[in-house]
Design a protein around this ligand. Structure first.
Ligand code: ATP
Length: 459
């Protein structure tokens, strides 16, 4: 990120791909992410978010919600529940078809998803790297089962939702009628999903409990292509706008063998990291599949009548479906940098070049010395006042250079230092994270200066 006059723009300079271990270690050390139930040995593919992680996560969710729901007049939001009627998952095809095919290497016993193995390995029936022979593919259903009710024999088996979007189809009719939305319009949701992934791994990339964000946009069939193209471009630009390395983002069209039977087209928005090119969000042509199936299975007619032409039809759907956790991980992979010692910083530093919108802490307020009461009182006062507007952290432990580096490592875009000059003329030093440039401002100018740079709706 660089700051030029009033505008903040993300830099496009290329830097080496960051090893995953660096991110895992930073996340643990600084309180972003911890292994779930770690004191019991952990559970593969399940994580908890720490004090900084929860701030980053909330910022990510909030930005998506703001740009998808609150700034689009033809889109509204819902929050559906994790548990639904079990018939939902029969209608959606998950009970029958939500499976991974898996092969095991007879030599090293590692398991691989058939759809993720290179073609040549499948053809030669050989595992990459160790070259061991592969066993027969086995099929696993990814749905997590649970039960409603307490009396044995009367309990109803259902599922923790395998994808969040089903709630949107279930609530579609209620939303359309209660909020008087007319087609074309969209419904958004952010929510947890659960999958018994057979190969969880790569930290947050593939988990068993994770969070998805979806837009389901309902259109007249004749307008499907127009809206599909519109949302594909909007979503691609959205992701481009939140990363530094624009060249690590691409749109990949699905090949004919990847397309669902009802889909004319599909695209993945992919990000390149140490994991190679991987899906970040999918843009799907769902046609009338979902509403037709739920109409058929529930017996509730989900067709729509155009108020002007009186035409009656099942709306077609453009879906954009991505993940909070992959966004969390990709933002860290994209922002992490280790800078060697330079003229400005003699020891070198680790810096998270996160967009200020996402930074867990927006500003740190630092008295130059902690044994000078007037400096401490003034800094605490500034911190308290800034806290009403944004996440501010007060820190008086260690020398000022160490404190700057601590903030750089967690991506805090601005540090405000209170020194002896402050006591004379009510000015403070504002140090910016990326260029490490410093300017002096009046204390009373701080709120407007910072807000303009850290809040998206001010830029
Ligand atoms: P993949 O091919 O990587 O398994 P998918 O095609 O099954 O993903 P979708 O069902 O389309 O993924 O889910 C939409 C989004 O949800 C994905 O783009 C991704 O961001 C997120 N997602 C899916 N599975 C996981 C998971 N196991 N852990 C974290 N995020 C996930």
């Amino acid at each position: 990120m660089t700051q030029t006059e009033d505008k903040i723009t993300l830099s496009t300079e290329d830097t080496p791909l960051v090893p995953m271990e660096k991110i895992v270690s930073l996340c643990k050390r600084r309180g972003f992410v911890y292994p779930n139930s770690e004191i019991y040995g952990g559970v593969s593919g399940i994580y908890d978010f720490g004090p900084l992680g929860v701030e980053l996560r909330n910022n990510i969710r909030r930005y998506w919600w703001w740009s998808m729901v609150q700034t689009n007049d033809n889109v509204v939001g819902i929050e559906g529940n994790i548990i639904t009627h079990p018939r939902v998952w029969e209608a959606s095809g998950h009970v029958e078809n939500f499976v991974d095919r898996l092969v095991e290497c007879k030599n090293c016993k590692r398991r691989f998803r058939v759809d993720q193995l290179p073609k040549e390995n499948l053809e030669q029936n050989k595992r990459p790297v160790c070259g061991g022979e592969l066993g027969e593919p086995r099929v696993f259903n990814l749905m997590m089962e649970t039960y409603i009710g307490v009396v044995e024999g009367e309990r109803m088996k259902t599922y923790l939702r395998g994808e969040a979007c089903q709630n949107i189809y279930l609530d579609y009719d209620n939303v359309q009628k209660s909020s008087r939305m007319q087609i074309p319009f969209g419904i958004c949701q952010i929510g947890k999903a659960f999958r018994n992934e057979v190969t969880p791994g790569n930290f947050l990339f593939r988990q068993r409990e994770f969070e998805q964000w979806d837009l389901q946009f309902f259109v007249h069939p004749s307008e499907m292509q127009k809206w599909f193209d519109y949302w594909r471009e909007r979503r691609f630009e959205w992701y481009k706008g939140i990363i530094n390395h624009k060249d690590r983002l691409r749109l990949r069209p699905h090949g004919p063998d990847e397309l669902a039977h009802y889909a004319k087209q599909a695209f993945d928005i992919e990000y390149r990291s140490v994991l190679g090119w991987q899906e970040w969000e999918g843009i799907h042509w769902r046609q009338d599949w979902d509403l037709s199936r739920h109409s058929q299975f529930s017996g509730h007619d989900l067709s729509y009548t155009d108020p002007e032409t009186k035409e009656r039809y099942i709306p077609w759907i453009v879906e954009t479906s991505g993940g909070v956790d992959r966004t969390f991980l990709n933002l860290l992979l994209d922002a992490y940098e280790e800078e060697p010692p330079s003229g400005k910083d003699k020891e070198g530093r680790t810096v998270l070049r996160l967009h200020p919108w996402f930074a867990p802490v927006k500003v740190a307020v630092l008295p130059l010395q902690k044994n000078k009461e007037e400096l401490v009182t003034t800094a605490r006062d500034i911190h308290k006042r800034l806290q009403r507007l944004m996440v501010s952290q007060y820190d008086d432990v260690a020398n000022i250079g160490r404190r700057y580096r601590r903030q750089d490592e967690i991506g805090t875009p601005f540090c405000v230092t209170v020194d002896f000059q402050t006591l004379e003329d009510q000015t403070v030093t504002v140090r910016e994270r990326d260029g490490m440039t410093q300017i002096r401002l009046q204390i009373k100018e701080l709120p407007a200066y910072l807000l303009e740079r850290v809040m998206w709706n001010y830029s």
